[in-house]
Each structure stands twice: as structure tokens, then as C-alpha cells.
Design a protein around this ligand. Structure first.
Ligand code: NAP
Length: 317
């Protein structure tokens, strides 16, 4: 079996699953909302399901039981701990041609279309940078959280970072196999236009996303205008980034994975299609959450709060 085809199918299958859950109200209302969108309402999905006229019964009771399997939103930290750990693990495997690398490489047919070794290095550094920054933000910037997410959402997130730790190099296997480590690997050469543009998008999107996360964390420190303690953790974001999109941090995430897909394009190829399928999953996953975010802001702050703002991608969605 071709490991690249398997990887792409896993991303597209996961994206399809997320969209399916989104399309079925009885599933969407129970399983999709997480974080601030579901705070303090472990049972809110019940009443919202009833309002939508979805029939309950034995299946509904079973779904309710499943929906109760929720874990803290703060478990997001584990995504990035897994991501960073696997980046380091694969670096060692790739350098010495270790058994895990060989196990995957033997399931990838030989092809002339390969990333260069320096591309593998650059994209690996980008992924390590993304995982490390997010780990730092989760541990040092995020404010304590009481919100929760469905267990399946967390499991899908872990799967995504496991797959992506492989996706960043799998289309470079021919170059990795032919490469002999030397001091030349550490020489900095002028990047190609494609590499330069992708790194630029990556750095700008990462900085933008970091600012959004720091701003969201600062909202929880807000006091009431009279100086008293805030009664709710959540505020309507007023930062300029949130005036064009309700979820600019999700938009930035899409740009980050787009930049990886561009930087990892095999020589002679158009894009790195494995990372494009990862991007499809990210867009589907964040798109449905952005949709829920729009509904949550409208419920909580009124329709004026969302008027004229994109849910995720400015001018598009
Ligand atoms: N690659 C992927 O597939 C993927 C999937 C999911 C997320 N992500 C990325 O992970 C990052 C975090 O995503 P997320 O879904 O956890 O974001 P989120 O739901 O917007 O929450 C981010 C943080 O901001 C807080 N927050 C959100 N809205 C707030 C408001 N109005 N007022 C005060 N605090 C608010 C949340 O508080 P609480 O902790 O109290 O909820 C949480 O600590 C994003 O950059 C996203 O792109 C990536």
C-alpha cells in the first residue's frame, strides 16, 4: 500500500467526517462545539437538539452519553507536546535512516518527483517552530480555562499532529535516502523564490496568530468599566484583526499550512499535495468551528456583533 496515498486519504476522510458531523444537526449540536462555544452548558446541546425538532429516543440517549465524554479545552497543550516530540523523533530517524523511517519508506513507490533534502530541512524547521510556539503560548500565555471539548475532537487533533509530523517529509524520501549528512547541511544558501515567499507567509501568519492568541488571553483579564471584577470570562473581541474576521487566528492557521504546502513542493511539481490535503482538513475542521463561533457571538452579544464580519476567511467565508 502506498503510504502517501494512505496519508492523503486519512486527511480527506477526516475532513469528510467533520463535515458529515456538521451536516447532521443531532451530531453537530452534541459533538462539535467546544471551548467558549460550549461553556457551562454540558447539557445545552439537549435543549438545542429539541428546538431543532430532532427526534430523541434510544439513539438520542446513546448520543447524549457519548457527548458527555468531554475533556478540558486546555488539553490542546498535548497537541503541541506531541507535535514537538514527534518532530524531534523524526529528525533522528531521518538522519540515521532508523527503523520507523524505513518502515514508512518501504511503502512509498520510487519517483523522480521529490523534495530536496534542504526543503525537508526547511519544512521540518517550520513545523517544529509552529509546534514550539503553540506549546509556549498554551503554557505561558493562555489563561486558565474551564471550557471543555468532546473527547473525539481531542483524539482527532492528536491524530492530525501524528500524521503531519510525517507529511512534512514523506514526499522527500528519495532525497533523504540519497543524502549523506555533512557540514554542508548547515551552510545557508540563497532560498528559491518559492521558499522565500512561503517562509514570508509562514512568519507573517505566525506573528499575526500569536498576536491574536495574546489578545484573546488578555480579554480574560478585562474588568468591568466600573473597575469591578468581570462576571464572565468572555468578551467581544475589539482588536482590529477581529473586525474583519470573527476567528483571525483560524485564518492564520490556514495560511501557515498553505505556506508549508508551498515550501514542500517537490521539484517539478505544482504543490505538495499531501500537505494540501492536510490544509483541506484544517480548513474543514476550523471552518465548522468558526461557523459555531459566529453563532455563539450572535447569541451572546447580539447580531450587530457579527454584522459585516467574515466567520474565518476575510471576504470568502
Ligand atoms: N490545525 C488544526 O486542525 C487546529 C484545530 C483546532 C485549533 N487549531 C488552532 O489552535 C488555536 C486555538 O484554537 P481554539 O479552537 O482553541 O481557539 P478558541 O476556541 O478561539 O480559544 C482560544 C483561547 O481563547 C479563549 N477565548 C476564545 N474566545 C474568547 C473570548 N471571546 N473572550 C475571551 N477568551 C476567549 C479561549 O478560552 P477558553 O479556554 O476558556 O475556551 C481559549 O483560551 C487556533 O490558532 C487554531 O487555529 C488548529
Amino acid at each position: 500500500m502506498d503510504a502517501i496515498v494512505l496519508l492523503r486519504s486519512a486527511y480527506l476522510g477526516a475532513a469528510g467526517l467533520v463535515l458529515f458531523v456538521f451536516a447532521v444537526p443531532a451530531l453537530r449540536l452534541r459533538f462539535l462545539d467546544y471551548g467558549p462555544r460550549s461553556t457551562g452548558t454540558e447539557k445545552k446541546y439537549d435543549t438545542r437538539v429539541e428546538k431543532q425538532g430532532v427526534s430523541e429516543g434510544a439513539v438520542g440517549t446513546l448520543l447524549d452519553k457519548l457527548a458527555e465524554l468531554r475533556v478540558p479545552h486546555s488539553w490542546f497543550t498535548s497537541f503541541y507536546a506531541v507535535s514537538v516530540t514527534l518532530s524531534l523523533f523524526w529528525a533522528a530517524e531521518l538522519l540515521v535512516g532508523g527503523p520507523s523511517f524505513q518502515a514508512i519508506a518501504q511503502h512509498v513507490p520510487s519517483t523522480d518527483l521529490s523534495m530536496s533534502f534542504s526543503q525537508v530541512l526547511v519544512v521540518w524547521i517550520m513545523m517544529l517552530g509552529q509546534g514550539s510556539r503553540r506549546l509556549y503560548e498554551c503554557m505561558a500565555i493562555s489563561k486558565p480555562s474551564e471550557s471543555r471539548m468532546w473527547f473525539g475532537h481531542w483524539a482527532l487533533g492528536i491524530l492530525f499532529y501524528i500524521l503531519t509530523s510525517v507529511a512534512v517529509w514523506i514526499e522527500g524520501i528519495p532525497a533523504i535516502r540519497n543524502h549523506t549528512p555533512s557540514t554542508q547541511d548547515f551552510l545557508i544558501q540563497g532560498p528559491s523564490a518559492r521558499t522565500f515567499i512561503s517562509i514570508l507567509i509562514f512568519l507573517l501568519a505566525s506573528g499575526f496568530q500569536h498576536d491574536c492568541h495574546a489578545y484573546l488571553a488578555s480579554l480574560k483579564e478585562s474588568k468591568k468599566p466600573d473597575g469591578g471584577a468581570a462576571t464572565s470570562h468572555y468578551r467581544l473581541p475589539e482588536h482590529p484583526a477581529f473586525s474583519i474576521s470573527l476567528t483571525p487566528h483560524y485564518f492564520a492557521e490556514c495560511l501557515i499550512y498553505l505556506s508549508l504546502a508551498i515550501a514542500a513542493t517537490p521539484k517539478g511539481g505544482l504543490m505538495n499535495w499531501t500537505l494540501v490535503t492536510a490544509l483541506v482538513f484544517v480548513m474543514a475542521n476550523l471552518g465548522v468551528t468558526a461557523y459555531g463561533t459566529g453563532q455563539w457571538y450572535e447569541r451572546k452579544f447580539g447580531s450587530d456583533a457579527v454584522k459585516g464580519k467574515a466567520r474565518m476567511i476575510p471576504l470568502v467565508f
